[in-house]
Design a protein around this ligand. Structure first.
Ligand SMILES: [Zn+2]
Ligand SMILES: [Zn+2]
Length: 124
């Protein structure tokens, strides 16, 4: 099989191969935003009202997914509780949603995220 026969699915898979989980999430988030724009463009040309509505709903879902992935991959640079700056990533304690706390605030809440109830662990 020559290179230009490569299926788009394979190209996609190879984009994700070898990336860390946060890198994969950030990449998929960007693709979801692209997807949302496509759905909106199709919706704008769609004459059938019900079909247009369905396309707009699909666009919103893609945007929601993109927002979630952006949230989960965007590190914050200060403690959400005491606002102490955390320029060194290694000082931060974070949950899966990247809620970010300084070590003092994290231990004050027993390493449990006050926003989502998840475990706060030292950021990698
Ligand atoms: Zn703090
Ligand atoms: Zn959280």
């Amino acid at each position: 099989m020559s290179n230009h026969d490569t299926a788009p699915e394979q190209v996609m898979a190879s984009l994700f191969a070898g990336l860390s989980r946060p890198e994969q999430m950030a990449l998929l988030g960007r693709l979801e935003s692209t997807g949302a724009r496509l759905y909106r463009a199709w919706a704008a040309q769609e004459q059938n009202l019900k079909a247009r509505e369905a396309l707009l709903k699909a666009a919103s879902r893609e945007e929601e997914n993109g927002d979630l992935l952006r949230l989960m991959t965007t590190a914050k640079e200060s403690c959400e509780k005491c606002r102490k700056p955390l320029p060194a990533r290694s000082d931060a304690h974070v949950c899966s949603f990247q809620c970010t706390f300084c070590p003092d605030c994290a231990s004050a809440v027993n390493q449990t995220c006050p926003n989502c109830g998840g475990v706060l662990a030292p950021a990698a």
